[in-house]
Design a protein around this ligand. Structure first.
Ligand code: GTP
Length: 299
């Protein structure tokens, strides 16, 4: 029997902040446009997500309506906030009651520091697509500052992300969250580094197969100067959309639909994505040489 490592992840934030939408996009293979169908979350929606083989993400999507939150903080305090590995708190950038949202957040932070003082907190300032581009950075920084001030014991460790379901920023944030949850990330990186050296790859990117999120990557040589710093989550998003359209055309559920291999060859680089293990796909960026490319694929 494979030992499964359970990690409890709380997803919280006011009703309508976008929790259920993002969970559906990241874990259930919806694409952004399908999300409006979802109704208000009633109480806690548990989902167990098998991840990287023996890692079980225990996701609690906690409905944000006031009555529920009150209940979490009183009767269910230890049940909800006990043994939490990660709290993801979602703020709606469009909320007209930001001060009230922060008070609500600090109540939750207090319960968390009492029941799970070693938890990691991620704050997603969400629906950033609704803010004019030129105002985004400043507004994000102001909100993050204010929220950090209410983070008590987690003040120095809390991480902030500006997100939207309409671009790859959501993947970027969740990639960081997932990285935090993978117990053996460092040893995976070491092995990936060795593989990159052996096959002379400029870059190797490891993707989890169900979510298409990046697990980790190694970058070597001239690829270090690649100006597209968001390329990892862009590929996530492309893989996800591809999975979705394959499932539409073949009738295979998106959770299991997978491609065999994708290749791109140009005069400047060669690239392929293929299955590496049961739970991972590997993307490799190779120098423009058929020989190195073919050897890398076989290896
Ligand atoms: P409860 O289930 O009541 O706790 O709400 P929730 O936080 O789960 O919110 P939900 O996911 O149901 O999303 C509420 C609305 O926000 C939906 O109409 C979504 O389409 C919309 N929404 C979610 N994310 C985004 C985003 O990044 N940008 C924009 N513009 N709208 C979003």
């Amino acid at each position: 029997v494979k030992r499964q490592k359970q990690r409890k992840v709380l997803l919280m934030g006011k009703s309508g902040a976008g929790k259920t939408s993002m969970r559906s996009i990241v874990f259930s293979n919806y694409v952004a446009k399908d999300v409006r169908r979802l109704g208000a979350t009633i109480d806690v929606e548990h989902s167990n997500i098998k991840f990287m083989g023996n890692l079980m993400l225990n996701l609690w999507d906690c409905g944000g309506q006031d009555g529920f939150v009150e209940n979490y903080l009183t009767h269910q305090r230890t049940h909800v906030f006990g043994s939490v590995a990660v709290l993801i708190f979602v703020f709606d950038i469009e909320s007209r009651e930001f001060a009230a949202d922060v008070i609500n957040y600090s109540n939750i932070i207090r319960a968390l520091s009492e029941c799970s003082p070693n938890a990691k907190v991620f704050i997603l300032i969400h629906k950033m697509d609704l803010v004019q581009t030129r105002l985004r950075d400043q507004l994000f920084a102001e909100r993050a500052d204010y929220i950090r001030g209410a983070s008590e014991g987690f003040k120095d460790s809390v991480d902030f992300f500006a997100t939207s379901i309409w671009d790859q920023s959501l993947y970027r944030a969740w990639t960081m969250i997932i990285y935090h949850l993978i117990p053996n990330a460092a040893s995976i990186e070491t092995l990936l580094q060795q593989l990159a050296e052996v096959i002379d790859a400029r870059e190797l990117i490891l993707y989890e197969r169900t979510t298409c999120l990046m697990v980790t990557h190694v970058t070597r040589g001239m690829e270090n100067e690649n100006p597209y710093t968001d390329r990892f989550e862009r590929i996530s998003s492309i893989l996800k959309t591809h999975k979705q359209s394959m499932s539409k055309h073949t009738g295979i559920p998106a959770g299991t639909a997978n491609f065999a291999e994708m290749q791109i060859k140009t005069g400047r680089f060669m690239f392929f994505i293929t299955r590496l293990t049961e739970n991972t796909n590997l993307a490799a960026s190779i120098p423009p040489s058929e020989q190195i490319f073919n050897a890398a694929r076989i290896n």
